[in-house]
Design a protein around this ligand. Structure first.
Ligand SMILES: *Cc1c(COP(=O)(O)O)cnc(C)c1O
Length: 479
């Protein structure tokens, strides 16, 4: 049975007295009075409930030094940003949960400029009157894709929603059953169609769709034919899909637009860097698509954005849709996207300047050499808890691009020691300790080991720096 010691409770200082402690007064300077008062209250309440529960950490823990230290710890925890940098060692380069593409320096500079003061976001400097935010992007997008017109919104999900709503509201959209995909749990083509106010007309079967299936599906109520890049899954085996060129011909013969959701949509031919081929918006338009939509932060390597390129009359209808206002791209993203598009104007130097492409094109030999350099530091950090080895692995592009193809890479593989019993728990603990570092390290668990794919590790010093054994704690001076 817990007993309360009234004399110890009575010895708890008041909030005011704790705030007058010199160490706490300094905290007021740094964190402000309201936050420090709240933290001091919490610390004293914690102490009171510990004593009431019969526990007693000893007079040291009740001393002013310890209480001030507890207040400081609470304030620091509360002040730490929630969004922080992490090391993406998952082996998925464009990882949606980890923020997809890292931006190039040019884009970061542009974001800082746009963030720190007024810009000509929607202001025509030549004519001295209102402009359009697409003006900063459209000419470059036209040049890079060969399209007549372009517009950009918040993300590709919005681009698809807006396109469908603008062109096919209360009408039917013909899509192959093999392309009715779900991406990342929240983007499901049939749901987007419904929210866009369109009726989905499913065509063909999951594995095979033929031209006559489309021809049969098209009727008076059809507004357009849509093709969706199947992104994160592959249809293999006994399959058939209608080539874009044939779908375009079919659509145009019936006077309908042909719309392609490309998903990733690289603006350059990736095979040039030894990467698997991804269809480009230019190729898709050349094959007869009237509109193409794609993401800004997938293979394009830029900020979150959704881009629509294609026929001027159709883009004009999209721009007139009042829903566009709810999906418009913000000035920071416009600044970043413009810079990224500018870099695409010089494909010869793109791999040096665009981090997403640089990481994707990174040779396995270079990654393996990094592994050999980093292994001792990680092994020292793991210590008795397990073993670390360097192994060849395969990385994924991520964000739905070519899931079946992978890139040769190298990883440090951490295996917990101490036999089979409790192995899973010890592995989870190691993973959690790595996530708890100042710059959290995120790997993937595979076959009972923690795999740290080094493809995306670009700051080796920061990685090893935080693995260094912590300096011995200096004891609290006696209260
Ligand atoms: C990723 C993807 C989307 C969604 O794009 P976001 O930019 O994430 O909104 C839509 N369609 C396809 C085919 C995709 O691959």
């Amino acid at each position: 049975m817990a007993t309360t010691n009234p004399s110890k409770l009575a010895a708890i200082p008041s909030v005011d007295r704790l705030l007058r402690e010199p160490a706490v007064a300094t905290l007021v300077e740094a964190h402000g009075r309201p936050a420090t008062v709240d933290a001091a209250r919490e610390v004293l309440a914690d102490l009171r409930s510990a004593l009431t529960a019969g526990g007693d950490a000893g007079p040291r823990a009740r001393g002013p030094g310890a209480l001030a230290g507890a207040v400081a710890a609470k304030l620091e925890a509360a002040a730490a940003p929630s969004l922080k940098r992490v090391f993406n060692l998952t082996g998925t380069v464009l990882h949606t949960n980890l923020g997809r593409a890292p931006l190039p320096f040019d884009a970061i500079d542009a974001v800082a400029m746009a963030a720190s003061g007024p810009t000509n976001l929607e202001f025509d400097l030549d004519r001295g009157r209102r402009g359009d935010r697409d003006d900063h992007l459209e000419a470059r997008l036209r040049a890079l894709t060969g399209a007549e017109a372009a517009t950009a919104v918040n993300n590709n999900a919005a681009a698809v929603l807006l396109t469908l709503n603008s062109l096919a509201s209360r009408k039917e959209v013909a899509v192959s059953r093999g392309e009715l995909i779900e991406i990342g749990g929240s983007f499901r083509m049939p749901d987007i169609m419904a929210r866009a106010g369109c009726r989905l007309r499913e065509v063909g079967t999951t594995n095979r769709t033929h031209p006559r299936d489309y021809a049969d599906a098209i009727g008076d109520r059809t507004a357009l034919i849509m093709k969706v890049h199947t992104s994160n899954y592959v249809v293999q085996g006994f399959t058939a899909a209608v080539p874009e060129r044939d779908l375009a011909t079919l659509a145009h013969a019936r006077g309908l637009p042909f719309v392609v959701d490309l998903g990733s949509g690289s603006l350059v031919d990736l095979t040039r860097w030894g990467l698997p081929h991804e269809p480009t918006p230019r190729e898709t338009l050349a094959a007869g698509a009237d509109l193409v939509t794609f993401s800004g932060d997938k293979l394009l390597g830029g900020p979150q954005a959704g881009i629509v390129v294609g026929r001027a009359d159709l883009v004009a209808r999209i721009k007139r849709n009042p829903m566009r206002r709810a999906m418009r791209l913000d000035k920071l993203s416009i600044a970043a996207l413009e810079a990224v598009l500018r870099l695409h104007g010089d494909p010869d130097r793109l791999a040096e300047r665009l981090p997403a492409l640089r990481l994707l094109a990174r040779p396995a030999g270079e990654i393996e050499a990094a592994g050999a350099r980093l292994l001792p530091a990680l092994a020292a950090w793991v210590g008795e808890r397990g073993t670390v080895t360097l192994r060849s692995v395969r990385s994924q592009i991520g964000s739905g691009a070519r899931p079946a193809e992978s890139l040769p890479s190298a990883a440090l593989v951490v295996r917990p020691g101490g036999g089979k019993r409790g192995e899973g728990r010890r592995l989870e603990r190691l993973a959690r300790d790595l996530r708890g570092l100042a710059v959290p390290v995120i790997g993937r668990i595979e076959d009972g080991a923690l795999v740290l794919d080094l493809r995306c590790l670009d700051d080796e010093a920061a990685f090893t720096g935080q693995l260094a054994p912590a300096a011995p704690e200096t004891g609290e001076p006696p209260a």
